[in-house]
Design a protein around this ligand. Structure first.
Ligand SMILES: [Fe+2]
Length: 244
């Protein structure tokens, strides 16, 4: 406030904007996380807490479309229901710890937008394009999905007004979301981005890191394939001075 020195009218406009942001929130839509994401606040908090990643896989925003308790599927299963728009894609790789040892039994949560750019929670058809998997003893994981597409963040509410007012587009480059948890390791929240996507340099939520950009190669038969090996940091030790 000292820096901006708003008039009382401007102050009230700010209050009403924040109140409206809250009024758009329900169990399916989290406009406040979206506002935090599109202002770059979420990525700043991520950087303050997770740093640059070092030798471990870098993190990025959780985003507003994570849903806890997605169905757990066997290795190799498809996370999208039949008839879902999008190009078929296979994703595989390994999960290792900071010393390079395979992490077996890690819980991998994966979720993505469908080929029409919408997440299941934005549609009436129930859970789709999200699932959990467990890594094998040798750290391997693998599943089928659709090739991620670029999509606009919801911009029919307060966040859309903010983007419009600041001359920004609402697009995100195509990506797959991951949340990977294993005992003894720090939980990793990240994305894999599609190499060559036109929005990699102007992600509406500032989430892109070069180490997370992956080649989604087209194989014979039209299916895409991506491979990525994740590295988890060791769990933080609790110290006497740490916050509860
Ligand atoms: Fe997303």
């Amino acid at each position: 406030m000292r820096e901006v020195r708003p008039t009382q009218v401007e102050w009230l406009r700010g209050i009403l904007f924040l109140a409206e942001t809250g009024q758009w929130c329900d169990d399916k839509r989290q406009e406040f996380i979206l506002l935090s994401d599109t202002l770059g606040v979420s990525m700043l908090v991520d950087f303050i807490n997770c740093g640059s990643g070092g030798t471990a896989t870098e993190s990025t925003v959780l985003g507003p479309f994570y849903v806890a308790g997605a169905p757990e599927l066997p290795m190799g299963a498809n996370i999208v229901k039949p008839g879902t728009p999008g190009a078929p894609c296979a994703v595989s790789g390994t999960v290792r710890d900071a010393r390079g040892r395979p992490v077996g039994g890690a819980l991998i949560d994966v979720w993505q937008a469908q080929g029409d750019g919408l997440y299941d929670v934005q549609k009436p058809d129930g859970a789709n394009a999200r699932a959990c998997f467990r890594t094998a003893d040798d750290g391997r994981y693998g599943f089928r999905c659709i090739k991620p597409v670029s999509y606009p963040v919801p911009h029919d509410g307060p966040v859309g007004k903010m983007l419009h007012a600041t001359g920004r587009h609402p697009m995100r480059p195509g990506h797959l979301h991951f949340k990977i948890a294993a005992p003894g390791c720090e939980t990793l929240v990240t994305h894999l981005f599609v190499k060559g996507d036109r929005y990699l340099d102007s992600d509406a939520v500032f989430g892109v890191k070069p180490s997370l950009v992956v080649d989604f190669r087209r194989r014979r038969g039209g299916e895409y394939e991506a491979k990525y090996d994740f590295v988890l940091k060791p769990a933080k030790r609790k110290t006497a001075g740490s916050r509860r």
